[in-house]
Design a protein around this ligand. Structure first.
Ligand code: DGL
Length: 275
């Protein structure tokens, strides 16, 4: 074990807002003894319609804040947008720190699609990023058709969907965006797999599933990231041996959305510290 990175230190997880809780949930399930500190960069949300320099700067700030205040032993960028625009720079600048990201699960989607037609929902910034475009090109030989849909405003509405007006907005946006993509189902020519390429979208999964029909497979990256992290922590001797399982919640701005989302999605009543 590295002396400078004791195993009992927390794992830092950040997103622009509540979306990264969909990743945190999978991490907690896979790694129940680890301590986590979750940061919602709520002052600067949403990231998905910002430019690269802005998102990179925020990702740097979030890493530094988590490191300075909590001496994290690993970082999870629980945001597709920030992963696409910043992970390569953060890794270069912090070679000692294991950094994990999330990306739209289009590879497993292509492998599993029978109709060879896959839908991808993500932010504009993710879909336009060089990292995503490279991933897409790497799958050209699979013969899969990808139907890409940028979902402007959806992450923002999900952020606040504990308020009835925002639940209606989530529903309206989901049906509007899916309608643009074509027909869903398992017949030839239909989209049989839908990739949730933003960590907020799993919190609209039941909405999306009711619109696509039950036969369509929805894919999200939480469980694979958690398995990868478990492996890396073991390999580096950084797994927390003693019982931990603590969670701290932080937000750079308003705290209410995160408090409500943690209550709703993780069934935990916990205060959020403003940092
Ligand atoms: N949850 C984030 C993602 O996975 C970004 C949402 C946003 O801030 O636009 O892309």
């Amino acid at each position: 074990m590295s002396a400078s990175l004791p195993a009992s230190r927390p794992i830092g997880v950040f997103d622009s807002g509540v979306g990264g809780l969909s990743i945190l949930k999978a991490l907690q399930q896979q790694l129940p003894d680890e301590n986590f500190v979750y940061l919602a960069d709520s002052t600067y949300a949403p990231y998905g319609e910002r430019d690269e320099a802005f998102v990179l700067e925020r990702a740097r700030e979030c890493l530094q804040l988590l490191n300075r205040q909590h001496a994290i032993k690993a970082l999870v960028i629980a945001c597709n947008t920030a992963t696409a625009l910043a992970i390569h720079v953060l890794r270069q600048e912090n070679p000692e720190l294991p950094i994990f990201g999330v990306e739209p699960a289009i590879k497993p989607a292509a492998a599993g699609s029978r109709t060879r037609k896959v839908g991808v929902l993500a932010t504009t910034a993710t879909l336009q990023s060089a990292k995503f475009q490279d991933l897409l090109h790497s799958l050209e030989t699979t013969g899969t058709e990808f139907v890409l849909q940028a979902c402007e405003g959806l992450a923002d509405a999900i952020e606040q969907q504990w308020q009835p007006a925002d639940q209606a907005t989530v529903h309206a946006l989901c049906s509007q965006y899916l309608a643009h993509m074509g027909s869903f189902g398992t017949e030839a020519g239909q989209i049989d797999t839908l990739v949730l390429g933003c960590t907020h979208y799993p919190f609209a999964a039941s909405e999306l599933q009711s619109l696509t029909g039950e036969s369509v497979r929805l894919l999200e990256p939480g469980a694979p990231v958690a398995r990868r992290m478990q492996q890396v922590l073991q390999d580096k001797g950084l797994s927390n041996g003693s019982a931990g399982g603590q969670l701290q919640l932080l937000a750079t701005g308003e705290t209410r959305n995160l408090e409500q989302a943690v209550l709703h999605w993780l069934s935990m009543r916990q205060q959020v510290l403003r940092v």
